[in-house]
Write a protein that binds this ligand. Sequence first.
Ligand SMILES: Cc1ncc(COP(=O)(O)O)c(C=O)c1O
Length: 374
Amino acid sequence: MNVEFYRHNLDEADIERVCATLRSVFLTSGPVCAEFEKKFSAYTGLPYTVALSSCSGAMHLALMALGVGPGDEVITTPMTFIATSTVILHLGAKPVLVDVEPDTALIDPAEVAAAVTPKTKAILPVNLYGAMCDMRALREIADKHKLFLIEDNAHCIEAERDGVRPGMLADASCYSFYATKNLTCGEGGALACHDEALAIRIRQLANHGMSKNAAGRYHGKYEHWDMVAEGWKYNLDDVHAAMMVHQLDRLDDLWERKNEIVNRYDAGFADAPGITRHKVPGKSAHHLYTLWVDPARRDEILHDLRDRHVGAAVNYRAIHTLTYLRETLGHAPEDFPEAYRIGLSTITLPLYPKLADEQVDYVIEQVKEVAAPK
Ligand SMILES: Cc1ncc(COP(=O)(O)O)c(C=O)c1O
């Protein structure tokens, strides 16, 4: 048996929608992006959505629009993809890393509270693997110190914890539609928020600070545009947005299938020697299924799985241990012992709706065999 790490779930209706867009007049940000934004807002409950080219772009613009700049500090997590910190560095600000909870791998609110200084401007937590951080606690800290709360929701659209959904308590919520995400168009992202003025600002900053985008310039009679800010080029185009309009309708059904797979994995790995499943608070969006194994044997286990035709990955090695961030931020691995330990022990298994039950059972069997203490 061969179990690939990931297979996308685009169907014929998604592909047809792309073809229809290619046959239309508009290829860049136009009516399909607008339709997607409306549907995405209806799904998330966040009234304003701006479709962008990546989550990295969304986070960069969110920090920029909220005024984060040189000398400012942004508190964030080392257990994430590098973009969560690099967007802070791009603005001349400092990522202040704090450790994660030992049992969930999510940013620890007590560590966040302890790291606030007069220079702190924002908190940038990551809803990791699809599981939500304690957003009520983080919002409280943000309110107490007048900080912005920006969520990295690259992994997290469908989740809920303590009655809170992704982005609900945030000043800005940033999403990724990268190739392996639950909702995908290959490369894409979005920023969603409650504040119309912020959404307008983000739309301008995503388009070189121009006062009108292409759709605004070329519909009806010509009107001049102005440059109102120094921006970037992060807009999504209609061809990519076309892949997601129908996908959104299926998101909950796809989640249901992922939930079945996660339950099957959980049952299969319960009490398995050498394997620990971390805690998942609340309803996860089920983006990634990760386990912890013996750190001394983690890489060997990954190689053994490859030999047995099981796709597996690492999400993530703690980012403060990676050369550039280690040198730039001046951290030792042990500065964040929980993130360091988790980064050495974690493996990610295949999780996508097209996985058959027999494939899931095969993965369980192989992982149990290779991870069992020798
Ligand atoms: C946690 C996290 N944040 C941010 C990103 C960046 O997303 P994008 O590739 O859309 O810029 C990713 C991408 O995988 C991610 O996993």
